[in-house]
Design a binder for this molecule. Structure first.
Ligand SMILES: [Zn+2]
Length: 372
């Protein structure tokens, strides 16, 4: 194992921050896996999974069983981890800019295309090597004019040439679910099975460039650009893994999740071993554009009628919001049928707030598909 430290640029004078990466297996190996945790800094289940994953990777490295370089970044957001207001962690948005830490990653397609145009042919493996080299160069070239931009550039540079990228998050209160590109669902499906994901939300463009998409989208954009003129594989399986809810931090869950990730790496030949039989898929992949965020039109005390993991019918009451002065209650109904996969942890809500999410089977939204 090698440990690397990546100092962030543009920290205030007299302060310093860094991203620390742990590299298992052979550095610079032809195959690479990248795992990061807690990009939204106070989403901690992934940080504990990274802790247990590192122990497993060290054991596998000692046994000579790693067939790839595996990079683990257990603390992907040192800026957010230091943010807190009146004892409440603020890990989702940078306090300085108000920007979401998992948005606005550089899109590398144009810079990569400039480098590979005229060099790709019918050999998909050779093309993948050229594209990975171009991705590394393009990521290194990105401007980083703020500390936040420096963090984004550092993470993308570490991940962009990996064939598997796992970004470990969690929701408020939730069952395990995934976000990934529509074009790579076939390769994500075994991961969904190994992890026991109950939902997978697919999109080709979620809007505002979240981290996983910044890693994987260049491949399907290049494939669409070249069409039959060149063989462009889906060279990066990048997945946002929502490891249940914020409070679901336990050794039992984290050890099981770390074991599941290793099983997936064995399945892909990135770790030596015999693949175990695939468990069943617990829930279908559905379009992110079919996911409904149920909102409240009024402020008040939120009382849920349904829990994460339950199937709900279109028009069903999933919660009500009690007016503590007027005495009334406003029922909140979902518009689509599907799995209620996540809900807000807070129980006092402002008017207009999203309170829970339902994975519907049919796309009905367009534009920016991720909530803030
Ligand atoms: Zn998150």
């Amino acid at each position: 194992m090698q440990q690397h430290r990546h100092p962030l640029d543009h920290t205030p004078p007299g302060t310093a921050r860094e991203v620390v990466s742990f590299h298992y297996g052979e550095l610079g190996s032809a195959r690479k896996v990248y795992v990061q945790a807690s990009l939204h800094a106070d989403e901690l289940p992934g940080m504990l999974v990274a802790h247990h994953l590192r122990q497993r990777l060290q054991r596998l490295e000692d046994e000579g069983a790693l067939r790839a370089e595996v990079v683990v970044v257990p603390v992907a957001n040192p800026i957010g981890l230091a943010q807190s207001m009146l004892r409440t962690p603020q890990g989702r948005f940078e306090l300085h800019s108000g920007e979401n830490f998992n948005r606005h990653y550089p899109a590398l397609f144009a810079a990569v295309l400039r480098r590979v145009e005229g060099t790709l042919g019918a050999d998909a493996a050779a093309n993948a090597r050229l594209i990975r080299a171009a991705l590394r160069e393009a990521a290194a070239e990105c401007a980083a004019e703020s500390e936040l931009a420096s963090l984004r550039k550092t993470l993308l540079a570490l991940a962009c040439d990996a064939e598997v990228v796992l970004d470990l998050h969690c929701d408020g209160e939730s069952v395990l679910h995934l976000y990934a590109g529509t074009a790579i669902w076939e390769e994500v499906e075994p991961l969904a099975r190994d992890l026991g994901a109950q939902a997978t939300l697919l999109a080709s463009e979620s809007g505002d460039n979240p981290f996983d998409e910044a890693c994987s989208q260049t491949w399907w954009q290049l494939a669409a650009h070249f069409g039959a003129r060149a063989a462009v594989p889906m060279g990066c399986v990048a997945v946002t893994v929502e490891l249940r809810g914020q409070a679901d931090v336990s050794h039992a869950l984290a050890e099981a999740d770390a074991d599941a990730l290793i099983r997936y790496l064995v399945r892909r030949g990135l770790v030596a071993g015999v693949a175990t039989p695939l468990p069943p898929l617990l829930g279908p992949a559905t379009p992110l554009a079919g996911s409904e965020t149920v909102r409240t039109p009024v402020a008040g005390v939120l009382v849920f009628a349904r829990a994460p993991g339950e199937q709900v019918a279109a028009g069903e009451v999933v919660a009500e919001v009690v007016d503590p002065l007027g005495g009334g209650a406003t029922p909140l109904r979902c518009g689509v049928a599907g799995l209620l996969y996540a809900r807000e942890p807070g129980r006092f809500v402002a008017a207009g707030a999203g309170v829970c999410k339902v994975a519907g089977a049919s796309a009905f939204r367009s534009g920016k598909l991720l909530g803030e």
